[in-house]
Design a protein around this ligand. Structure first.
Ligand code: ZN
Length: 242
């Protein structure tokens, strides 16, 4: 079974469309989305509609919950809060209902999925040795998937031996030797210095996987953000992948 894992789309329709057109060619058996469909970006409604059409499993993220009013925007940065408030105004009924039905954690085919971390599926970043160890300790599945940090990572736990690293394009994964924790990176706002949309393809039967990146027209998303009066720093960061 081949599974495409996507996360942190953040209303960036052009980035999402680049990934979906690769999936049209690649034809995975399932698509799993780890949340944050909206927030930051200019096209929340079509991003929700396309994710709803494609994803077999979809989690809700902290930005989605902020836009829904389920969590306070006080913990957000000024720019993130401003874009969340703008998204609240433009979000249509159908995408709102879709997001409202989602949870920040799921178990699928023996894998554990979290938007953020196992102990705090909404907010905690799994990004360093301490939080990766905790994520393994709080789960038991051979495969754990997290999003939220927008940085693709691959981590392994073999006995007590922990390995963890950034996972640039082309990083290959071997499942089945010890336990594995993966973050696919972000489709719509990558933060690892590579501006291209990030996602992950897994072959659960073969026990393999690969981190992928795709070019998309960043300037079109930036243009849409400026037209809508979204914070300039959020538009600018997209071209640097930060
Ligand atoms: Zn996010």
């Amino acid at each position: 079974m081949r599974v495409a894992v996507i996360s942190d789309i953040h209303g960036n329709l052009h980035a999402l469309e680049a990934v979906l057109s690769a999936l049209e060619d690649d034809r995975p058996d399932a698509v799993w989305c780890l949340g944050d469909l909206v927030g930051y970006g200019p096209r929340p409604n079509p991003c929700c509609a396309k994710t709803a059409a494609w994803a077999d499993v979809c989690l809700v993220g902290n930005h989605d919950l902020g836009v829904l009013g389920s969590i306070s925007l006080e913990a957000f940065s000024d720019e993130a809060a401003a874009s969340a408030r703008w998204t609240q105004e433009v979000l249509n009924e159908e995408p709102r209902a879709y997001l409202e039905a989602l949870e920040p954690a799921a178990k699928v085919r023996g894998a554990e999925l979290y938007h953020a971390s196992p102990r705090d599926p909404v907010w905690e970043y799994v990004i360093d040795e301490l939080t990766i160890r905790a994520a393994f300790a709080d789960t038991s599945a051979p495969l754990v998937l997290v999003g939220h940090s927008h940085v693709p990572i691959v981590a392994g736990l073999d006995g007590d031996q922990l390995s963890a690293s950034h996972a640039p394009e082309g990083t290959e994964i071997e499942l089945g030797r010890g336990r594995v924790l993966l973050n696919p990176g972000s489709v719509g706002q990558p933060r690892d210095g590579d501006a291209r949309a990030a996602w992950l393809m897994l072959d659960l039967g073969a026990g393999t996987g690969e981190f992928r990146r795709l070019e998309y027209p960043v300037e079109r998303t930036q243009e849409e953000m400026r037209e809508r009066g979204l914070p300039e720093t959020l538009a600018e960061r997209l071209e640097h992948g930060l």
